[in-house]
Design a protein around this ligand. Structure first.
Ligand code: PLP
Length: 363
């Protein structure tokens, strides 16, 4: 018997969310961002689900990108961080991968004699995030070098926003980007927006959007603007069963460290999910969880510390749940954003942290 835990992956919800991202930017093409194993959802499953609708795919793992091409993906595939070493260029060119160029070292690699140059390069500008990207003042000289390449690759211009979901928004970075663009009389395609920018700032859409988290049904704004209110559907539902029930007397504790003490008699369900499955150990008592009962789904809370293979939930007053009941850790009835907020993180991290021992089941 396998341990009773699984992650249901709703591929129709993934397609719905992709279509939703396209409706937000009807004039733009879209790279479905599938880095980090499609944010933990399974690269093959996600790409297969989107293959008939997506304009392109973006990720930063070269092996994953080559694998997609070899498995027959026809659309453009973008390497979001470009190449890391010279030999990567051979793979990128052979698999017709588009490459980001974010630093002078990558420009040098491309300009080396006999370097295999991919057919499309996206020059990434650092417009204020100060993570990856060339400073705008470097653009004219980089353009000159790349335009001189004998293979004449197509060129695009992109940037990434640091606070599209926060108080700063995108205005300042957009201004820096537009100034750099004007300076070189840029005519080619541009790409700017992640999910948050796309949903909040129509002026930042550009020719190619780059939605990630919204495809998986996470809100880029957390609980401040729920996924449901954005018409996004949960793709991953992590569920596990109750494998033990304890009846506590007032004054008794639950779990490691005795961090939770019952002050009245309580009924506690022990769920077959712990941090070795990717559930955040930091989730405190009170983190939202949902349990399936004969009355439908009932919302309750976690109790005490999350351990490696188990966590505890409050079943007091939920008499129709017990041994064997299905518990939803996050998903369609219990938003990953709310769980993430309770645990001091974001839905991105919950999804990506799901560990390989949890079987994924496409639905
Ligand atoms: C991950 C990533 C995205 C997608 O961001 P979301 O916030 O998940 O929509 C877009 N662009 C780049 C460069 C990224 O690395």
């Amino acid at each position: 018997m396998p341990r009773p835990i699984k992650a249901l992956i709703d591929l129709a919800a993934l397609r719905h969310n992709y279509v939703r991202s396209k409706q937000t930017a009807p004039q733009s093409k879209s790279w479905a961002v599938v880095k980090a194993n499609a944010y933990g959802h399974g690269l093959d499953a996600a790409v297969h689900a989107l293959e008939s609708v997506a304009d392109g795919f973006a990720l930063l793992e070269l092996d994953g990108a080559v694998h997609l091409r070899e498995s027959g993906v026809q659309q453009p595939i973008l390497l979001l961080e470009g190449v890391f070493e010279p030999t990567d260029l051979h793979w990128a060119q052979a698999a017709s991968l588009a490459c980001v160029v974010h630093c002078e070292e990558q420009v040098s690699l491309l300009c080396a004699a006999d370097a295999p140059v991919p057919g499309m390069l996206w020059i990434k500008l650092n417009t204020g995030m100060n993570r990856l990207g060339l400073r705008p003042e470097r653009l004219p000289s980089v353009l000159e070098k790349l335009r001189a390449l004998p293979s004449q690759p197509q060129l695009g211009l992109m940037t990434h926003f640091s606070d599209a979901d926060g108080p700063s928004g995108v205005a300042e970075q957009l201004q820096v980007f537009n100034a750099a663009k004007a300076e070189v009389h840029w005519q080619g395609p541009i790409s700017l927006a992640n999910s948050a920018a796309l949903l909040r700032f129509p002026e930042s859409q550009g020719d190619w959007i780059r939605p990630g988290i919204m495809l998986y049904g996470g809100s880029p704004f957390g609980t401040a603007q729920s996924a449901q209110s954005l018409d996004l559907q949960a793709v991953m539902t992590l569920q596990a069963n109750i494998v033990g029930v304890q009846n506590l007397q007032a004054g008794e504790h639950v779990g490691y460290g005795n961090t939770f003490t019952a002050n009245v008699p309580m009924r506690v369900g022990i769920v077959a999910c712990g941090y070795a499955d990717g559930y955040p150990r930091h989730a405190p008592t009170g983190t939202p969880v949902a349990v399936h009962t004969s009355r439908g789904v009932v919302h309750t809370r976690t109790l005490g510390r999350v351990s490696m293979d188990m966590l505890c939930i409050d079943l007091t007053n939920i008499a129709d749940a017990g041994m064997g009941s299905t518990v939803e850790l996050w998903g369609a009835h219990n938003s990953a954003d709310a769980v993430a907020e309770a645990a001091g993180t974001v839905s991105y991290e919950l999804f990506c942290a799901l560990t390989p021992r949890v079987p994924q089941v496409e639905v």
